[in-house]
Design a protein around this ligand. Sequence first.
Ligand SMILES: Nc1nc2c(c(=O)[nH]1)N[C@H]1C(S)=C(S)[C@@H](COP(=O)(O)O)O[C@H]1N2
Ligand SMILES: [Mo]
Length: 396
Amino acid sequence: MFAGQPFQGRLEVPVRTRRDILRSGLTVAGLAAFGIPEWAVPALAEGETLVPFTDIPNPFVTVPSETNRFLDIRKIDGVFTPKDQFFTTQHYGHPTVDLAAFRLKITGLVDHPKSFTVDEIKAMGREELVAGFECSGNGRGRMQGLASNGKWTGVPLKKVLREAGLKADGHEVVFYGADHGEEEADFRQQKIKLDQRFGRSLPRDVALSSEPYIVYMLNNEPLTTHQGAPLRLLVPGWYGVANVKWLSHIHVQKDRYMGKFQSRWYRTMREEKIDGETMWNETEVSRMRLKSAIARVTKEGSAHRIFGFILNDGTPVKSVEVKIDNGPWQAATIQTPAGRYSWKFFTYTWTGATAGEHTMVSRATDRDGYVQPEQLAEKKTFLEDNSQFVRKVMIS
Ligand SMILES: Nc1nc2c(c(=O)[nH]1)N[C@H]1C(S)=C(S)[C@@H](COP(=O)(O)O)O[C@H]1N2
Ligand SMILES: [Mo]
């Protein structure tokens, strides 16, 4: 079932050198135009070597099929994940989209139902934003590889919705992809089979805020089929599932949308203390929870450099700390080159490493004092796992 080529964990990982990258067309001037300094290209410097992780499953499959891919986070070599490395996943495979016939429809509680061609959407705006996201199912088991970051080009969703004009009782905005599949739904004793579209919704206030975009480019190139061509929704700061690919229909309605991927498949069950009482709280997957993850360790001379990324909902990140073995938490340096919704990188220089196996872990803290948790015992479902990611390395 998993076709692709597995690649073995402890082998050499080809990471491009900084010089390779700058040669390959991602010029220093190009980076500077986006406010990204050269040091933010976290590739290997001359004389720097990779230190192997010993916690990577062997074999470690990053391309399990033609339509699914994990990012090998050891290879992160720039702020923007290249289109052929950007992680990718979906539920019904890739739909066939006939570009000539393609229309984005807007229906329901609107003053003017609409049907736009891709060119009409493109003509409505060309804004750039940098945003990263992870799948809510990302975590240790996937070596945190269901995460990526890109520069997107598109038009604010509210601009498109305004063309249709939401009626006052249009409380819920539903987004359908062109992809569909047969689903069996349980309703009490009934089993109902239905071919259904991939759908997700946003409450009116979020849909009309300045955050969501309808995007048509990634890293200055047209979206690939994998990333949702020709149009996808992008909700910065939200988990991947909100970013509906192959977006083809927006429907405005009064009632909550309870589709499978809104209310059943992507939900989190946790035990919470609410006003002193223990309650079960079941919530939809929405905004990303603060996560930091160590992605790579390199050696230069006698010093080791620990490199990782941070993702969250856009709340300013106050600090990241790193702990080696049972030592104290030590401040790492955060690089925030590409804006609020971009992933951030952090580095920590570890001196005095001794030969042998060591554990290392990072934890991020945001402006509101939220600390990336060590464990999530109260959470009973595996989605939204932002617990601390303990790594192991072998120092020779
Ligand atoms: N139309 C459609 N959009 C979708 C999905 C899908 O199955 N169908 N999967 C969602 C999920 S769960 C994730 S994590 C992201 C993955 O986006 P990517 O492939 O660009 O990384 O797409 C989201 N958008
Ligand atoms: Mo996802």
